[in-house]
Each structure stands twice: as C-alpha cells, then as structure tokens.
Design a protein around this ligand. Structure first.
Ligand code: CAA
Ligand code: NAD
Length: 294
C-alpha cells in the first residue's frame, strides 16, 4: 500500500498536541487539529500563537514564516474533518480507552492508507494497533515537552509494523527538524523508563522529609547541571499526566519504582495539575514559581 505523508492530523491541542501542530506547520505541513470543545480549542490556539510569537520575538523565526505557518493550521471540534489526513497523531489524555475510541472512530472514516501514530508516554502501541483494522500502519511518535525545543522523537514500531510505514514516519520526524531514534514497543519506551522513576523517587524522598521542594530542585540544577529540578519537571509534565503514566507503568511492570507515591494522589485531589493549571508543587501564577505546602 502507498505510503505518503503530505498532510497531518492531530488529536488533542493540549501541552503536547499544540507543540506538535506548531512544529509540523513550521516544517511546511498542512495540519488539522481536533479538540473536544471550542473552549479547549481556543486554549490550544492561544498556546500555539504564544509560542510562535515568542519564537519571532527571540529572532528564531521570521515574522513572515510565522504568518505562513499559522495559515497552514486548521482548527476543528469534528473528528470527521481528519478523514483526509495521511498521518494522524493522537496527543489526547493518557487513557487507553479514550485513545482507542478515537482510533476506532477514525478507522471508519479514513482510507486504509492513513497512518495512525500515538504520542503516548507509557501505553504500548500494540494495545492501540490491535484495536484498529490497520495494526501494521499504527506506530508511536513520542515527542518531548516543550515540543518546539526538545530535539528528540522516539519512533516506535511494534512486531507487526510495516517497514515502509516505519521508514516514512521516521523520515517525517526528521523533516520536523527533530532527531528520531528507534524504540521498541515497551511501556515507557527509552526515556520514560529512566525518567519516570527519577521523578517519582524525588516525590518519595520529599515524603520522607529529606529536604524541601525548592532545595531538592536547587540540588539537581546546581549539583548535576539539570535544566530544571524534579519538582519543576513534574509541574511541567503535568501532575495528572505523571500520575496516569505511573499507574500504567506500575500495572505493566509491577515494580515499586513505578508506583504512584501517595503525595502525588493528594496533590491531584487538590486540583493541582502543575503549571498548566497554575498550581502543582509550585504556584505558577506570579512572575516566579512559589513552592506550595505539601
Ligand atoms: N515553547 C517554545 N519555546 C520554549 C518554550 C515553550 N514552551 N519554553 C522554552 N522555550 C525556548 C525559549 O524560547 C528559549 O529559546 P532560546 O534559548 O533560543 O532563547 C529556550 O527554550 C530556553 O528557554 P528559557 O531561557 O526561557 O528557559 P530555560 O533556559 O529554563 O529552558 C527548557 C526551558 C528548555 C524547558 C529547559 O528548562 C529544559 O530543557 N527543561 C527540561 C525539559 C524536559 O526534561 N523535558 C522532557 C519532559 S518528559 C517528556 O516530555 C516525556 C513524557 O512522556 C512525559
Ligand atoms: P494535556 O492534558 O495538556 O492535553 C490533553 C488534551 O487532550 C486536552 O486538551 C483535552 O481536551 C484533549 N482531549 C481529551 N479527549 C480528547 C478527544 N477525544 N479528542 C481530542 N482531544 C481530546 O496533556 P498532554 O500533556 O498534552 O498529554 C497528551 C499526551 O501526550 C498523553 O498521552 C501524554 O502521556 C503524552 N505526553 C505528555 C508529555 C508531557 O510532558 N506532558 C510528554 C510526552 C508525551
């Protein structure tokens, strides 16, 4: 079956979806993105606009190129509008049922050539591929946050992925200016297998009273040269998303290092989802993040 990627569909315009839309539009692809409501679509639109404006202000993108990129993006709340896409990348909430429902809906709408990709952090691609009628054309395309800045994309193949499909998607990731690597289809791929236990361990050490949130962040930035400390990173990823990832990886491996620490659940109960909601381990509403009680 023919493999071509000339246009792209994105499901979800949250933290990751908005970044994927932006990098694809900047690379010259026609992109359509679908959100669940007008409010969510407006929030995603504003996020892309802000990021493009920031790139122009910093001299990283010409004003004209930003304008052209913007015209390449279509916004919709209708899944059916993605029926003409060569590649559809889902970046919705980390929930297998939600992702599979969407892929099954699209399976009926898209021609058999359309390639499905998931930006999942911790689910397996096989569990999504098997729910579609195109398992050999379903792959993983795992971007990193913030998408416009982070260079890596993990391209994930399952044991049934067609070589031509994998090669086309790998090349697509490169055409976005990213560095693709090949990852096997295991929960957490490469990066999250290592990074998720690190973030969860920081929360466990906080529960044990090792040091404050601020000092532990300072320790990893100044002591190890990390760009941000573990709690800033948790807020950055999203506390709700980290919790889902942790539950999925724990369910998969049954290893304690992936288990959600109780404090993570308490913070979610308080509605503190991280930087995207204004509060997580820190309060992000002012100019500088302020540590919150934990
Ligand atoms: N959108 C677009 N550009 C952004 C941005 C955003 N949201 N945030 C920062 N930038 C750009 C800035 O414009 C700036 O560019 P210049 O250097 O050209 O000026 C550059 O990134 C650095 O930004 P700042 O100087 O404002 O801030 P910083 O030096 O603190 O860097 C950071 C910000 C790049 C996010 C850096 O802190 C960092 O690399 N943090 C670690 C991020 C990380 O680990 N991501 C992976 C998360 S895990 C994941 O994604 C996988 C998963 O499945 C959960
Ligand atoms: P987010 O909460 O910022 O955004 C998720 C978006 O999906 C929301 O805007 C929501 O309205 C939308 N959505 C929910 N159901 C939908 C549907 N049926 N159709 C269309 N949109 C729908 O989450 P995020 O951080 O962007 O994460 C999205 C995916 O990317 C998850 O699978 C996550 O694990 C993965 N991921 C996240 C990060 C990160 O650092 N946050 C990094 C890499 C991968």
């Amino acid at each position: 079956m023919a493999v071509k990627i000339e246009n792209v569909g994105v499901l979800g315009c949250g933290l990751m979806g908005s970044g994927i839309v932006e990098v694809a539009a900047k690379a010259g692809f026609d992109v359509k993105v679908r959100e669940v409501s007008d409010e969510a679509l407006d929030a995603g639109k504003a996020r892309i606009r802000k990021s493009l404006d920031r790139a122009v202000k910093k001299g990283k993108l010409a004003d004209d190129d930003a304008k052209v990129a913007w015209t390449r993006i279509g916004f919709t709340t209708q899944v059916a509008e993605l029926a003409d896409r060569d590649l559809v990348i889902e970046a919705v909430v980390e929930d297998l049922e939600v992702k599979n429902e969407l892929f099954q809906e699209l399976d009926e709408l898209c021609p058999p050539e359309t390639i499905f990709a998931s930006n999942t952090s911790s689910l397996t691609i096989t569990d999504m591929a098997a729910a579609t009628q195109r398992p050999s054309r379903t792959v993983g395309l795992h971007f990193f946050n913030p998408v416009p800045v982070m260079k890596l994309v993990e391209v994930v193949r399952t044991i049934v992925t067609e070589d031509e499909v994998f090669d086309a998607v790998f090349e697509f990731a490169g055409s976005l200016g990213k560095e693709p690597i090949t990852a096997r289809d295991n929960s957490g791929f490469v990066v999250n297998l290592l990074l998720v236990p690190y973030m969860l361990d920081a929360i466990r050490q906080l529960e044990r009273g090792v040091a404050t949130v601020e000092d532990m962040d300072k320790a990893m930035v100044l002591g190890c040269g990390h760009p941000m400390g573990p709690f800033t990173l948790c807020d950055f990823v999203g506390i709700d998303t980290l919790h889902r990832i942790s539950e999925i990886m724990y369910e998969e491996y049954r290893e304690e290092r992936y288990a959600p620490p109780p404090l993570l659940k308490r913070i979610i109960s308080l509605g503190r989802f991280g930087r995207k909601s204004g509060k997580g381990f820190y309060d992000w509403s002012g100019d500088e993040p302020v540590p919150l009680p934990v």
